[in-house]
Design a protein around this ligand. Structure first.
Ligand code: CP
Ligand code: NVA
Length: 305
């Protein structure tokens, strides 16, 4: 338990050189050349205020594989769910465990937790950002296409936490990003403005325009967790934003399709695309494990970048 620590709340918490090393470290974990146990004797607390399959399992398994132990904390079981302040939770958990992974609604809650914790905090998804997922996505692009520099990424659909994290990735890593979003569903304006200081980031209304010549086509659900009651309204707003084979045909010949999952076949993507030859969604899901192990090895395990 240390006060000299760093958090991972958003992709720009790492420099581009650090991200490069992080991807190499994650690849060494994927191939099995990395055999160290930097989390031996350590515990990760995992706070989930929203549901999860991939994040929960990959963090728990990843912690175990690095020699540590992970605790699953749901709002039904911990006092945070009954209104105990986030800052009190941060101070108490800091006395027991060595790192905290949190998935919640307001991004400000994660920032508040990080401010009052004396141990590393990792963002496992907020309404604003999903940084671990987009790093796994970039790792997948590197594995499939050899790198992301000079590539064009097309985001199709909601300007949500995934879209915002792609914008942050473009800011740090410098690739072209075209986001097609219906009016009223744009990504975060401040994140777009910052990314544009370094990278070509456009927001368009026509999915075909975004997909034209893209090396990566990616999308996400139309109603994120917490927006379930907007499903019907969103289904109308997002008509025409389904990634189908006609849209994929506009992309580069060897383009890949990514989706963070869970997916709704027949809504944001057709079954023939997500289950087809250009889809890399299973590698993408697997890469959550490798990139998060790399992040924990650095933040909690003393691994250098
Ligand atoms: N992609 C992702 O974060 O999945 P889960 O919601 O299952 O964790
Ligand atoms: N945008 C989705 C991502 C799920 C992993 C959500 O927030 O529900």
């Amino acid at each position: 338990m240390t006060t000299a620590h760093r958090d991972f709340l958003a992709i720009p918490d790492f420099s581009s050189a650090e991200l490069e090393s992080l991807f190499v470290l994650a690849d060494s974990m994927r191939t099995g050349t990395y055999t160290k146990k930097p989390l031996a004797g350590q515990t990760l607390a995992m706070i989930f205020m929203k549901a999860s399959t991939r994040t929960r399992v990959s963090f728990e398994v990843g912690t175990y594989q690095l020699g540590g132990h992970a605790l699953f904390l749901s709002p039904r079981d911990v006092q945070l769910g009954r209104g105990e302040p986030i800052s009190d939770t941060a101070k108490v958990l800091s006395r027991y465990v060595n790192g905290i992974m949190i998935r919640t609604f307001a991004h400000a809650d994660v920032e508040a937790l990080a401010k009052d914790a004396t141990i590393p905090v990792i963002n496992g998804l907020t309404d604003l950002l999903h940084p671990c997922q987009v790093l796994a996505d970039v790792l997948t692009v590197r594995q499939q296409l050899g790198g992301i520099a000079g590539r064009k990424v097309a985001w199709i659909g909601d300007g949500n936490n995934m879209a915002n994290s792609w914008i942050n990735a473009a800011y740090v890593l410098g690739f072209e990003l075209s986001l097609a979003c219906p009016e009223g569903y744009d990504p975060d304006a401040a994140l777009i403005a910052r990314a544009r200081t370094r990278s070509k980031v456009s927001v368009v209304r026509d999915p075909a325009e975004a997909a034209n010549g893209a090396d990566v086509v990616t999308t996400d659900v139309w109603a994120s967790m917490g927006q379930e009651e907007e499903q019907a309204v969103r289904e109308r707003a997002f008509r025409g934003f389904c990634v189908d084979s006609a849209l994929m045909a506009r992309a580069a010949k060897n383009a890949i399709f990514l989706h963070c999952l869970p997916a709704h076949r027949g809504e944001e993507v057709t079954a023939d695309v997500i289950d087809g030859p250009q889809s890399c969604v299973w590698d993408e899901a697997e890469n959550r494990l490798h990139i998060q192990k790399a992040i924990m090895a650095v933040l909690m395990g003393g691994e250098k970048l």
